[in-house]
Design a protein around this ligand. Structure first.
Ligand SMILES: *Cc1c(COP(=O)(O)O)cnc(C)c1O
Length: 418
């Protein structure tokens, strides 16, 4: 099936009730048929439900749908995107290990990587996203993953996925792509070498800014026995001797993430949030088309406006990333981009304080248009150097274009600029 069909129906079969929409199962626990059944469930020999921290039937519909959208071998939904990133790091790396990340990433992720993971002894090294060779220079025998965002938030940098994945393959390192800003409708990272895909479902997948959520997808492509991951190849004493790579060769990573990391960290998805996210996923493709249509019109309008210093959108002429947008996303590089207002920090702040229709909030992928000024909000905790390396200038406005009528969006920004 194609993406649009998977988004509307995958992962759910109508049950005895005849209900056409996947039901919301608010249940913490599930009755075992007998002692042998309970043992089989705990031993992962039977498929079924034990306790909602580990799995839940409503979560399972969302997991199967996201997994199908990404062409994966297994998915775990999590309480939010950060939980997905944090648990992925914990499942791969431990004290003394290293991760290589693009420096052009979401400010919250940058903070987690450069401070919190470091406190746990996991050292994250950063490389400029447009220079794949710099990633390779940082590889050591301790490297456990390479991480990039599909389109960086908010700088709109696009990695050369094929080049970076070649480096990962050469050194037998799993390649992680955060596909939040493109969604599987615009880009399927597995086709370009990703081994693990991460989503903040809070954004476009939910789409209505109602609930938080995250997801981790195991593409089933990485060989965990190739030497870098002894923990995948030895019995796990915390799960009665399971050997992930041997017992689950098709999807060892996601099994470890669920049975060990999710069990211990506990950042599970609320079934209610999965239910709400499923309502959003069903219209993903229709919303994305309108988001992008509006974005292209707004970009064109901003480029002609004398109060705007610059517009950074990959699909426009002269963009450093136009080739990448063409190569990987068919030229459609999403609906989050940035622009600079003449007059710097003060004028940027003024613009967001004077819009009326557009929201001033820190979110993206909502049906409503949202403006943020990262220098005074999302990225204000970063040092001056960190801001530069994540591409944040004082005049930068990030916009997530919604699906309202484009004339109304433009009129609102025009008034605010006046
Ligand atoms: C928002 C975001 C995250 C974090 O997700 P939450 O759901 O807010 O925890 C991670 N990566 C990207 C690219 C994001 O935009």
């Amino acid at each position: 099936m194609k993406t649009e069909t998977i988004a509307t129906s995958s992962g759910f079969e109508i049950d005895g009730t005849g209900a056409t929409n996947p039901p919301l199962y608010l249940s913490n626990a599930y009755q075992f048929e007998n002692a042998a059944h309970a043992k089989d469930l705990f031993d992962l020999k039977a498929a079924g439900y034990i306790y909602t921290r580990l799995n839940n039937p409503t979560n399972a519909v969302l997991e199967e749908r996201l997994n199908a959208l990404e062409g994966g071998a297994g998915c775990v939904v999590t309480s939010c995107g950060h939980a997905a990133e944090f648990m992925t790091a914990l499942a791969l790396a431990e004290n003394g290990d290293e991760i290589i990340s693009s420096s052009a990433i979401y400010g919250g992720t940058f903070n987690m990587f450069s401070h919190t993971l470091r406190r746990l002894g996991i050292k994250v090294k950063f490389a400029p996203v447009n220079k794949p060779a710099e990633f390779e220079k940082l590889v050591t025998e301790k490297t456990k993953a390479v991480f990039v965002e599909s389109i960086s938030n908010p700088g709109c940098e696009i990695p050369d996925f094929d080049a970076i994945s070649q480096i990962c393959k050469k050194h037998k390192i799993p390649f992680i792509v955060d596909n939040t800003c493109t969604t599987p409708y615009l880009f399927q990272p597995k086709k370009h070498g990703a081994d693990i895909i991460i989503h903040s479902t809070t954004k476009f997948l939910c789409g209505h800014a109602s609930v938080m959520g995250g997801a981790v997808i195991d593409c089933g492509t990485f060989d965990w026995t190739s030497g870098r991951f002894p923990a995948f190849c030895a019995p796990d004493p915390s799960y009665h001797g399971i050997i992930y790579a041997k017992d689950f060769p098709q999807n060892a990573f996601i099994i470890k993430l669920r049975t060990q990391t999710l069990r211990d960290v506990g950042a599970c998805q609320s079934p209610f949030n999965s239910y709400m996210t499923l309502q959003g996923v069903q219209t993903l493709h229709v919303r994305m088309d309108r988001h992008i249509e509006n974005t292209l019109k707004l970009v064109e309008w901003l480029e002609k406006n004398s109060k705007i210093a610059w517009v950074k959108y990959p699909a426009v002429k002269g963009s450093e990333y136009k080739n990448m947008a063409e190569k990987y996303f068919g030229g459609r590089s999403g609906s989050v981009f940035s622009f600079g207002v003449k007059g710097g920090f003060e004028q940027g702040k003024k613009l967001i304080e004077n819009v009326k229709l557009c929201l001033h909030a820190t979110n993206l992928g909502d049906v409503r248009t949202i403006l943020t000024h990262p220098a005074s909000t999302t990225h204000s905790q970063l040092s001056a150097e960190e801001k530069i390396s994540s591409g944040i200038t004082d005049d930068l406005i990030r916009i997530s274009v919604g699906i309202e009528n484009i004339d109304d969006i433009i009129a609102d920004i025009e008034d605010a600029l006046k």
